[in-house]
Design a binder for this molecule. Structure first.
Ligand SMILES: O=P(O)(O)OC[C@H]1O[C@](O)(CO)[C@@H](O)[C@@H]1O
Length: 552
């Protein structure tokens, strides 16, 4: 059999398991019969790596489905694609680049290279400079222009130059941390106007974080903030600025001294970059040790992913569950529900990581993808999500698989609150799977003394279909090391899905068209009139309406 034929056969096996009833007659999407048939299902379908326990048992993945999915992973070349990535090969084929974020969190002796480039040495050098800079800021050797110590760091960046670091500092910052961190992303200057009054320019350190150093939003905000700093501290503004970028010419043109530029290389993708110089705000805000432990956590997950067999490999299993849901059962969305307020920005980080990576419609060779690819990802922390969109997930027409993240031990003394939080997370997953049948609803309403006609009227509204899948991830506590493992787990899941679907998970051409068109519209707004015939009727009409309302 050729490779292509093997891959087609593997897909066909998964698809037929998703289409045809199981040998016991149960439907392929049903979960409850799997528990009824196998009291050991939790033990069989949960796996542990490092600090993370992954429970896949509340999905409709049967033993047969898991076996078929693992055969698909073999046929799609998941392990060789993973290894090519780790060898620094140009797995980002459309940009002819490596995707070597693994090198960012590896010790130098791991020896990561790409082509002739010694990635490990490069990383070690930048990390050492970042560590020294943090020590100087925290130790009071690097001061503001007026001799004050820094109390606040502002990271100006967007997308991958914002979401990862913002998510991590939101998760791990405590009042005992060395600096307060703020993240300015949107070109909407309301964001800056809301932040500005909270800052004292004399004590504010500003990081301009942009891989390309050309991103419109970041460069616009950087100019605004530099002017504000200059207005307050005059020509000493350089003491308040640093840049995190691959574009050393542009950082120099912006006026940032070379010793204040922390570089990284083009083999670091934006959405995989929080471990690079882009993570400097994390290290400044939380301390160097926390950043080092974050990297070590990610490295532990890398080692697991690189060495564990596919059937025990957490990122691979998570990716296979996604294939089952998206391609097998046809569920086009997924919700991420961290039952931890500190992980409030994790869904936003995963939205970029997953949707920018997997929102592709062609295979590596440019032919149309024969299968549906990346699902829509959204989420909110639990329990808040329960009071907003969980209704649809329980009773809507299309099942939405959920990732439920639980943290066993809190970092506060309120045990009762934490038990309630955990009880809710566990209960949602149980309720989604178990559902509530008509007989049970009827009995409950009868016991409450409801009128029989009223019972029959309300019955369909109060029935829960059940068999709605959840994947649970349990961490013992939230700290830099466990968070590093968790984020790296999702990164490797994304790369694995790239291999399974045969797409490039490392480019993002889809963001370009809007940027180009915005570049064309901007001068027309400045000139106060759309260029006749340059746009569709709607865009031109809206531009005229906006201009009439006084913008531009
Ligand atoms: O770091 P940069 O170059 O400013 O880019 C920011 C973000 O913009 C994107 O290129 C998308 O527009 C992301 O991939 C990236 O993370």
């Amino acid at each position: 059999m050729t490779e292509a034929a093997r891959l087609r056969a593997a897909w066909a096996a998964v698809e037929s398991l998703a289409r045809d009833p199981r040998p016991d007659g149960s439907a392929p999407h049903s979960i409850r019969p799997l528990f009824a048939a196998d009291p050991e299902r939790f033990a069989r379908l949960s796996r542990r790596a490092g600090d993370i326990l992954l429970d896949l048992s509340k999905t409709a993945i049967s033993e047969a489905v898991l076996a078929a999915l693992l055969r698909l992973a073999e046929a799609a070349g998941v392990a060789p694609r993973r290894d090519a990535m780790a060898r620094g090969e140009p797995v980002n084929a459309t940009e002819r680049r490596a995707a070597l974020h693994l090198a960012l969190r590896a010790p130098p002796e791991a020896g990561f290279r790409t082509g002739a480039e010694d990635a490990a040495a490069e990383v070690a050098e930048v990390l050492a400079r970042m560590r020294d800079f943090c020590a100087a800021v925290h130790g009071g050797q690097a001061l503001g222009a007026t001799g004050e110590r820094f109390t606040d760091v502002v990271n100006i960046g967007i997308g991958g130059s914002d979401l990862g670091p913002a998510m991590v500092t939101r998760a791990l910052w405590t009042p005992a941390a060395p600096l307060r961190a703020h993240y300015l992303a949107n070109v909407d200057a309301h964001a800056w106007e809301a932040l500005r009054p909270r800052l004292d320019p004399a004590r504010t350190l500003v990081l301009v974080a942009s891989k390309t150093f050309t991103t419109q939003e970041t460069m616009t905000n950087a100019a605004l903030v530099r002017d504000w700093l200059r207005g307050a501290v005059g020509e000493g503004v350089g003491a308040h600025l640093a840049a995190l970028s691959t574009n050393l010419r542009a950082t120099a043109e912006f006026g940032i001294a070379p010793e204040r530029v922390f570089p990284f290389r083009d083999w670091v993708g934006g959405r995989f970059s929080l471990w690079s110089a882009i993570g400097l705000s994390i290290a400044l805000a939380l301390g160097w040790d926390a950043f080092a432990r974050l990297l070590a956590g990610a490295r532990a997950m890398d080692e697991h992913h690189l060495s564990a067999p596919l059937d025990r490999n957490l990122p691979v299993l998570l990716a296979l569950a996604e294939v089952w849901h998206v391609n097998g059962l046809g569920y086009p969305t997924r919700a991420v529900l961290p039952y931890d307020e500190r992980l409030a920005r994790l869904p936003a980080h995963l939205q970029q990581l997953e949707m920018e990576s997997l929102g592709k419609r062609v295979l590596l060779d440019g032919s149309p993808a024969p299968h549906r690819t990346g699902p829509v990802v959204f989420g909110e922390p639990g329990t808040n999500a329960q009071h907003s969109f969980l209704q649809l997930i329980h009773q809507g027409t299309t099942p939405v698989p959920c990732d439920i993240l639980l943290i066993a031990r809190p970092d506060h003394p309120h045990a009762d609150s934490h038990r309630k939080l955990l009880a809710n997370g566990l209960a949602q997953a149980e309720a989604l799977m178990r559902g509530k049948e008509a007989g049970q609803v009827r009995a409950e309403m009868q016991a409450a003394g409801a009128d029989p006609a009223e019972i029959e009227r309300l019955l369909p509204h109060r029935v829960f279909p059940g068999d709605r899948p959840t994947v649970t991830l349990l961490l013992p506590q939230l700290d830099p090391h466990t968070l590093g493992q968790l984020v790296a787990l999702y990164e490797h899941k994304v790369a694995t899905l790239g291999a399974l679907w045969g797409i490039n998970a490392f480019d993002q051409w889809g963001v370009e068209l809007g940027k180009q068109l915005a570049g064309a519209i901007l001068p027309e707004l400045e000139a106060g009139a759309p260029r006749p015939g340059a746009h569709d009727g709607s865009t031109e009409g809206l531009m005229r309406a906006i201009l009439r309302l006084g913008a531009g």
